[in-house]
Design a binder for this molecule. Structure first.
Ligand code: UDX
Length: 424
């Protein structure tokens, strides 16, 4: 099948390349020339393990090409996936400007039947809006169908997630489009949930919000455990063994970040408020998430005698989570901002995220002379650090583990003062 992917970000590029793996012919369309040039040269403009190999493979096999030319791209493809960003608007709701622009350009340029699929996370009712925007932009009435088919991949494991989804959701009222979508996904071995577009749109928000809720639950519980001198990791592990709860998304930390959870929770809160049915549970989850970095900074302050001014602090990890260079809504940025407000001498390290200096100092360089290390990202590199060799480089030996990922007894045996999120 000839597929057009509009928007070559994380979701678009991964989706396109996974369809290549499934034997389809893909074109990636983006208005950003630098992205197109990079992708044509086999270079990703973001970090995602394993994806660049797929890109190089499918460029060589001529299964994928990239373009800036909307008109030609729309005309030549049968199925068009909208994978552009839906950033958070000023009131917390999703901003559909990019989706609208794409819908209008499809309407203007199509000259035969198309299936238009929204992959981007969009509010309930967007498929109807996309239908309206396309119809209104058409010169002649050419038939088309709109399908909602949300993406559930995670950054950092996008290729594996997209190749092995837990489920595929297809939301459409058109039998013809449903048939085409089934065909497109025929080689995937997972349940396919067929529903209408509104339910499909809600499923994505409901899934992300539920996972965010789980994280806020464990983070708030962690604060309680901290007061009660309980290791929250023990609690997570034990409750996660209950199959009704499950072990995932129960790691207490600095709160959820990234391009999806904060934005999607906020958008669902907005949707609920707008129709007069506020979701207090989600409003609380968002509040708990916001408080989590304050809670951790307070812990650091108390341990270091109440005043951080002139202390040298090494922040390890800027990315919002491991295996990505994405810093959108990263808790590290909130921690860094607060530390700077406290006038600390700040050092920062990340294995992948490019710092403003353009340099990549080593962990040893970053912690030299530091009074404390603050671990913000759960990179594997940090789980296996040789703390014995780092300790002599430091001025004072505090470790603040914002991810509960270091072996407390090991570092304590080396003479470190260790504090996790709630890691007694
Ligand atoms: C998420 C969804 O998982 C994915 O299905 C959707 O398509 C996009 O949004 P992503 O944002 O890439 O994916 O990352 P994810 O692994 O879900 O983590 C989100 C945030 O929660 C990160 O900040 C992570 O560090 C945090 N997190 C996750 C925790 O704090 N604790 C956990 O137990 C799990």
């Amino acid at each position: 099948m000839k597929i057009l992917i509009v928007g070559t970000g994380y979701v678009g590029t991964t989706t396109g390349l996974i369809f290549c793996e499934m034997g389809h012919q893909v074109t990636g369309l983006d208005l950003d020339e630098t992205k197109i040039k990079a992708l044509e040269a086999g270079k990703l403009h973001f970090y995602e393990p394993g994806l660049e190999d797929l890109l190089i493979k499918h460029i060589a096999a001529k299964n994928i090409s990239f373009t800036k030319k909307t008109k030609k791209a729309v005309k030549e493809n049968d199925v068009i996936f909208i994978c552009v960003g839906t950033p958070q608007g000023t009131d917390g709701s999703a901003d559909l400007t990019f989706v609208k622009n794409v819908a209008e350009s499809i309407g203007k340029n199509m000259d035969n039947y198309k299936v238009i699929v929204t992959k981007s996370t969009v509010p309930v009712g967007t498929a109807e809006l996309v239908t309206k925007w396309i119809s209104e932009s058409q010169k002649d009435k050419i038939p088309f169908d709109v399908v909602s088919n949300p993406e559930f991949l995670r950054e950092g494991s996008a290729v594996l997630d997209a190749l092995n989804p837990d489920r595929i959701v297809i939301g459409t009222t058109s039998e013809k489009a449903r048939g085409i979508m089934r065909d497109l996904y025929k080689d995937f071995h997972c349940p396919i949930v067929e529903t209408n577009p509104r339910a499909s749109e809600m499923i994505k928000y409901a899934a992300n919000s539920f996972l965010a809720l789980k994280i806020s639950y464990i983070n708030e519980l962690a604060r309680l455990c901290n007061r009660l001198q309980i290791n929250v990791n023990d609690v997570s592990k034990a409750i996660g063994l209950d199959h009704r709860i499950g072990p995932h998304f129960l790691n207490a930390g600095l709160g959820y970040g990234g391009s999806c959870f904060p934005k999607d929770v906020s958008a669902l809160i907005q949707i609920a408020r707008q129709i007069g049915r506020p979701m207090s549970i989600l409003e609380s989850a968002a509040k708990v998430n916001k408080e989590q970095t304050d809670y951790f900074i307070e812990k650091i302050k108390q341990a270091l005698g109440g005043n951080l001014q002139s202390k040298t602090i090494a922040v390890l990890g800027v990315a919002f989570k491991a295996n990505t260079d994405d810093t959108r809504e990263a808790p590290s940025l909130v921690i860094i901002k607060q530390l700077l407000e406290e006038k600390v001498n700040l050092r920062v390290h990340d294995p992948i995220v490019k710092l403003a200096s353009g340099q990549f100092p080593t962990v040893a360089e970053t912690v030299t002379g530091a009074d404390a290390v603050v671990l913000c990202t759960d990179w594997d590199d940090y789980k296996t650090l040789d703390w014995a060799s780092l300790k002599p480089l430091m001025n004072q030996s505090y470790i603040f583990d914002g991810r509960n990922m270091i072996d407390k007894s090991l570092v304590e045996s080396l003479g470190f003062n260790y504090l996790g999120v709630a890691n007694h």
